[in-house]
Design a protein. Structure first.
Length: 224
C-alpha cells in the first residue's frame, strides 16, 4: 500500500487470501479501524469506524493498485500482467506474490516434486524480474526448523521446499515475533525484520512495531 500510495504502480497476486480478507486488512490499516470489528461485521462496526473508512475510500480508489485473486498463478501469468501494466502506466510495477509455494509452474508437470516445482518457479520469477525491470517481492513459507531452535529465530535455511529461493533472491527478509511464543515477553509488540541475505548491501536486523489490531507494522518512531 505504501508503494501505491506514493504513486508507483503495484500489482498484488493474492492466492492466500481472498478479496474480502484483503479489503478488511487494507481498510483496517489505512483507516485505523479495528480489524476484529471488520471481521465480525454488522453491529461490531461502530459509527466512528464508518466515518474513518468513508474518509479514506476516495483515496483508495485512486491508487495505482491492481489486485489479482486468481487461484492459479504461474510465472507466465505474472509476466503477462507485468508487461500489460508497463504498457498502461509507462513503468514496471512492484509485484507482490502471496505466496510462492502456492504458485504453479507453466508446465504443470504432475510428476514434479515440491522441491522441483518451487525451484522452477523461483528461477522463472528471477528471469522475469531481469527481463521486465519489475521488482518482485515473494512471500514464502518456512519449515518448522526454527520452532525447535533456542530463541526460535528463523534462518534463511528454513525456507520451505527449495534452496533455490536462497540462491535466486537478491534479498531475504525473515520476520520474527518474540511475543508469538512468549506473550509476556518484554518485547511484546515488536517484530524483528531479519535481513538474512542482501546481495547489494549488509545484512542486519531492523526492529519495528506491530499493530495487529490494525493489521499493520510501523516504524518504532511511528508506533502511535
Amino acid at each position: 500500500m505504501a508503494n501505491a500510495g506514493s504513486g508507483r504502480p503495484t500489482l498484488v497476486h493474492s492466492m492466500e487470501m481472498g478479496e474480502p480478507e484483503v479489503l478488511n486488512r487494507v481498510l483496517a490499516s489505512r483507516a485505523t479501524v479495528g480489524l476484529h470489528h471488520l471481521m465480525d461485521g454488522g453491529p461490531a462496526i461502530e459509527d466512528g469506524d464508518w466515518a474513518r473508512m468513508l474518509r479514506i475510500l476516495p483515496d483508495l480508489t485512486r491508487l495505482p493498485l491492481w489486485m489479482d485473486y486468481a487461484a492459479r498463478v504461474s510465472p507466465s501469468r505474472v509476466r503477462h500482467r507485468i508487461k500489460a501494466l508497463a504498457r498502461e502506466t509507462g513503468r514496471a510495477p512492484l509485484v507482490i506474490i502471496d505466496y510462492l509455494q502456492l504458485m504453479e509452474t507453466d508446465q504443470r508437470n504432475g510428476r514434479q516434486t515440491p522441491y522441483e516445482r518451487v525451484s522452477e518457479i523461483s528461477r522463472e520469477l528471477k528471469i522475469i524480474a531481469e527481463e521486465t525491470g519489475a521488482v518482485i517481492v515473494c512471500c514464502a513459507q518456512l519449515n518448522r526448523g526454527s520452532e525447535h531452535r533456542e530463541g526460535k529465530r528463523p534462518m534463511v535455511s528454513d525456507l520451505r521446499d527449495s534452496g533455490q529461493i536462497e540462491q535466486d533472491a537478491s534479498a531475504i527478509i525473515l520476520l520474527h515475533r518474540e511475543d508469538a511464543y512468549e506473550p509476556a515477553s518484554e518485547r511484546a509488540g515488536e517484530v524483528d525484520l531479519i535481513v538474512g541475505k542482501n546481495r547489494n548491501g549488509p545484512t542486519c536486523t531492523v526492529t519495528v512495531a506491530h499493530q495487529l489490531h490494525f493489521g499493520r507494522i510501523r516504524d518504532m518512531a511511528r508506533a502511535d
